[in-house]
Write a protein that binds this ligand. Structure first.
Ligand code: FAD
Length: 468
């Protein structure tokens, strides 16, 4: 759809969770709003995510007897972030997480499984998964609400330049309309004026190989990513051109649960995250031994795998698979997850020394029975049991670039901060394009929480921006 509007109150760049949340809040406050999305589909990486969201204090936790609080979630965020998190921003995420989840479930109507899961680095189960196991259900609900609010959403509309007025307030954008990704020279330049503000919610840069490699030289084109190809850094660079301060750009998260036997995010993470980490073990095929606490945060897990210089094997038994209750048929069909009738078959399948594997499993099983992991101090879940019952399930695991913790510096009102530590008038940001909230490592399911919390804050701030 060609962009026919040349002036609104609030312009939102990007149609993922953060951008759509901002647009809803601004529109509900009576502003005229448009959303500009460069691709020919809405939803960004949000749409291909699992949609998992973390929050303390939800009724599913109460039903499962889990005690949690915003303070505990905040402490977990800081622990995984190794204290590099901007504490005031991390606190806002933890304190508004419950409200964000209830907004998605009760106001927008997304259906979640009535269960609560734990991912590495969370000290208690606090993660909820939509029944579709996809972020698309929330994207669809947000788009539906925006249509009801009569907010125009444009596809093929690429933000090229942020324009400032004589007071240095961001007051307009130059876009390429009818843009087509990776096709040069197509589209028409247009200028759209923002009476109140521009919100950038353009996501992370996991697929921008040159930019990510400049931050972390190890992440060249040989390292796969779970992100879609459009996850690039042009909006961060444009904000930097007008003085925005980028923070912690080299903090790039690798997803340790990925499989080298399929492209992109794939199907394997469901098995790894929900079954292997809480109820199974990871084995280095070169030694036949465990090598890490499988429930530690993603950064530690990915580093522990990378130093081995070859994929590792995640293993769980059929009791764990049945108890976790996820449908693994897609992984099994693709051959990403394989089944074995006994440990000998499994050891042969991955070239593992049988004696060493047997020893590792027996030791782990003893520890599970005792309720304490002597080797790596993994939290033994109350429902976890020893690895005993065939068929045994296993998967090769090798990290892929997944999430960029660094990005634009923002303050508590989601204002973009410049290199002199002052807000850039008229410019707000939310979601993965921002940096500093998660510090060294983002906990699973906390990106979506953060997108909703800060997307909504950005929308409210933009709507009430008194600069006009
Ligand atoms: C496969 C996968 C699974 C995940 N699962 C989870 C999960 O279960 N739980 C969780 O918490 N996190 C998960 N994450 C992370 C999380 O989904 C993302 O961090 C989050 O969705 C990012 O949302 P966003 O709104 O910031 O950006 P996005 O959803 O990526 O949206 C940004 C949008 O901006 C557009 N854009 C970019 N540049 C421009 C431009 N120049 N002009 C116009 N538009 C532009 C992009 O095309 C894109 O549509 C997952 C990530 C991936 C890749």
């Amino acid at each position: 759809m060609t962009v026919t509007i040349d002036q609104v109150d609030v312009i939102v760049i990007g149609s993922g969770f953060a951008g759509l949340s901002a647009a809803i809040e601004a529109a509900e406050r009576g502003c005229s709003v448009i959303v500009l999305e460069k691709m020919m589909a809405f939803g960004g990486n949000s749409a291909i995510s699992d949609g998992g969201i973390a929050a303390p204090g939800i009724d599913y936790q109460t039903a499962a007897g889990v005690k949690d609080s915003p303070e505990l979630m905040y402490e977990d965020l800081l622990k995984a972030g190794e204290g590099l998190n901007y504490p005031e921003l991390a606190r806002i995420v933890a304190e508004n997480a419950e409200d964000a989840f209830l907004w998605a479930r009760d106001k927008l109507g997304v259906k979640y499984f009535k269960r609560v899961d734990i991912f590495g680095g969370h000290s208690v189960p606090r993660c909820y998964t939509p029944e579709t196991i996809s972020g698309l259900s929330l994207i669809k609900a947000q788009v539906d609400l925006l249509r009801k609010l009569e907010v125009p959403l444009f596809q093929g509309a690429y933000l090229k330049t942020l324009l400032q007025n004589e007071d240095k307030r961001v007051s307009a954008v130059r876009i390429i309309d009818d843009y087509r990704f990776n096709k040069h020279g197509i589209g028409t330049e247009k200028i759209i004026h923002a009476r109140r503000a521009v919100v950038v919610a353009s996501g992370g840069f996991g697929s921008d190989i040159a930019f990510r490699q400049a931050q972390d030289p190890r992440l060249d084109s040989s390292v796969q990513s779970t992100n879609k190809l459009f996850a690039t850094a042009e909006v961060i660079k444009e904000c930097m051109r007008i003085g925005a301060n980028p923070v912690q750009l080299s903090r790039i998260q690798l997803g340790p649960w990925a499989s080298p036997d399929e492209k992109g995010y794939g199907t394997g993470p469901l098995f790894a995250d929900y079954v292997v980490y809480p109820y199974g073990i990871m084995i280095d095929p070169a030694t036949g031994s465990r090598f890490v606490n499988e429930l530690c945060d993603r950064r530690k897990l990915a580093e522990a795998v990378l130093v081995r210089k070859h994929p590792v094997i995640g293993i769980a038994d059929s009791i764990a698979v049945d108890m976790a209750g996820w449908d693994l048929s897609r992984s099994l069909k693709k051959g990403v997850v394989k089944t074995f009738q006994n440990f000998k078959e499994l050891a042969e399948g991955y070239g593992i020394d049988m004696k060493a594997l047997n020893q590792a499993i027996c030791k782990y099983n003893d520890d599970v029975r005792e309720g304490f992991d002597r080797e790596y101090q993994k939290q033994i879940m109350p429902e976890a049991g020893p690895i005993l019952k065939a068929p045994f399930y296993a998967m090769r695991m090798w990290p892929k670039v997944h999430y960029t913790m660094g990005g634009l510096q923002i303050d508590k009102q989601a204002r973009v901060i410049n290199r002199d530590m002052h807000p850039i008038e008229g410019l707000y940001a939310a979601g993965e394009v921002t940096g500093g909230i998660h510090g060294a490592s983002r906990l699973g399911s906390c990106a979506i929480t953060e997108c909703l919390v800060f997307g909504r804050i950005a929308g409210r701030s933009a709507a009430t921006n008194q600069s006009i």
